[in-house]
Design a protein around this ligand. Sequence first.
Ligand code: IVH
Length: 657
Amino acid sequence: MAVLRSEIERHNRLYYLDAAPEISDRDYDALYHELEELELAHPHLADPDSPTRRVGGEPLSEFRQVRHSVPMMSLSNTYDASELVDFDRRLRGLLEGRHPAYVVEPKVDGVAVSLRYENSSLSVCATRGDGRTGDDVTANIKTIRSVPLRLHGSPPQILEVRGEVFMPLNSFRKLNGERREAGLEPFANPRNAAAGSLKLLDPRTVAQRGLDAVFYALGATGGLVCATHMELLDRLREFGLRTVPGATRCDGMDEALARIGKLKSERSGFPFDTDGAVVKLDQRDWYEEAGATSKSPRWAVAYKYEPERAETRLNAITVQVGRTGVLTPVAELEPVTVAGSTVSRATLHNEDEIRRRDIRVGDRVYVEKAGEVIPAVVGVNTAARRGGEEVFTMPDACPACGAPVARREGETALRCENLQCPAQLKRWLCHFASRGAMDIEGLGEAVVEQIVDGKLAKDPAGLYSLDQVTLAGLDRMGEKSAANLVAAMDSSRQREFWRLLFALGIRHVGVRSARDLAGHFGSLDALMNADRSAVQAVPDIGPVVAESIVGFFAEPRNRELVRRLADAGLQTRTTHGSAGPGPLQGKTFVLTGTLSSFTRDEASSRIEALGGRTASSVSAKTSFVVAGNSAGSKLDKARKLGVPVLDEKAFLDLLSG
Ligand code: IVH
């Protein structure tokens, strides 16, 4: 177990620090599962720093307060180069003529945190708070996979590192998409999303937010001495901590200014948002002489980039209906270039937002790339109003089907509650057929549109009764493409069960959860009949996801849908020997003796449902021997070969995840 733990930690460093993984994700998962199993079978050898212990414990009721051993300061901000020149002059004065070198680092737009390691083990993590006291967010930080739970190498006994927790842009986009679909207000930018996520009391939810972190400074040093900042960054990396990419040493302010200019164009390539650059004195042993004001050090300064914005005309506001019926207002803009790309549509989030900013159709509006990626209307040039601009109100009826719209309790979004709404159905079918789901080639938006408008299918199961003649009758669909589509539909019947589960489009059930659920329950039947606590027993499935799943299967029409999908020949169980991602994949079990809760056959099929296999004789390759009452020679052989033995209770624990 110790070897596995340090191997997994090593692979983490190779992956996150060096971006040079030696093994595939699959092999990594196999190591991880092996460790999980050993820990399950030998609970007395548990280790709180084990890489399997990232997500744990019950939700907190509130955050404990932590006093920082060294206050967390912030930096003074500047917006133009002349202020940086002033900063340099002042600093040279303080250093009495010595020549400062600088390190220029991207300014990561996230949330400042301080992590304390004691004897290499991560002990307490806190937010900045007021600089003296912050929230204890240890359980949340532990869910961030790039943050080591144990430091590597030989760090001092106490080490406090400071850095930034951020939400990578791809996690941000995914989260906001899910929030819109769920009728929740999207986050305005990745920084708010990171801050909002760190404030969650349930670490299981935090684990799904895809947060990340980088480090750039020390709190309590524990006696670690580094002459320069560049050296500090090297040491942090040696300990297994990630530093800010792109940090560059510059000999004097002229070089620093040139580097800041270059960073401005490089920053779009970083996986996080940057709102500027930080310029720090490289010589750490001069920090004390440079000193600090009550708020910020005099040896570092932040230079902020102006966000790129453009002005254009808001031609119209249209309303989109999402897969779950949420209505989203969309700004239709006179095309304009922002940060290098042409923008003609932008999200307006919801009606309250439009009201708050007093955005009217016909206005000259300012467009920014929030999170530098997704364009948003951030304000109105009211001085340019001519009087003909129109106040926008959300429709009372769904623009797609005319059904009345309503606001659910606790949600800001309006929804079309008509389960037969064609706009929702179109989105649903497109999702069902998409590459990550059932992967039905040829079933794109244009075809789905015609199928729904022609009332040829009322749900995904209906797709499977479409025949070639009907499909060939659709616009721009020849005999050949109709035949291809029928063939594609046909082969989609063989897709693994987890894909079908994802394709059903149950709210909050992404690919990852679908895989976990399929592996755990083994069949759609089992999942459909599970109650909330059984669903929540699956690792990484939190209460919100569990609620959504149980709610979905409580609907008679969804149960009916599942029955029809099964009748159409789709895979509704995890199949033995498939390349399915069951948690017991690659594991061989030998059953011996009598079990009180199962027959042998039942036990075998449970193992197979989770991706494992059973064999009749014990060898060195056997992963586990399950020993019931009056187990005989197989048990002896297992002991001789050192094969782990599970009693019935341990076996049941293993099956239930
Ligand atoms: S150094 C004494 N380096 O920006 C403070 N800060 O307004 C040392 N930040 O509070 C901070 N990226 O939260 C530093 N590369 C970086 C940074 C960075 C982001 C944040 C940090 C700080 C704020 C300053």
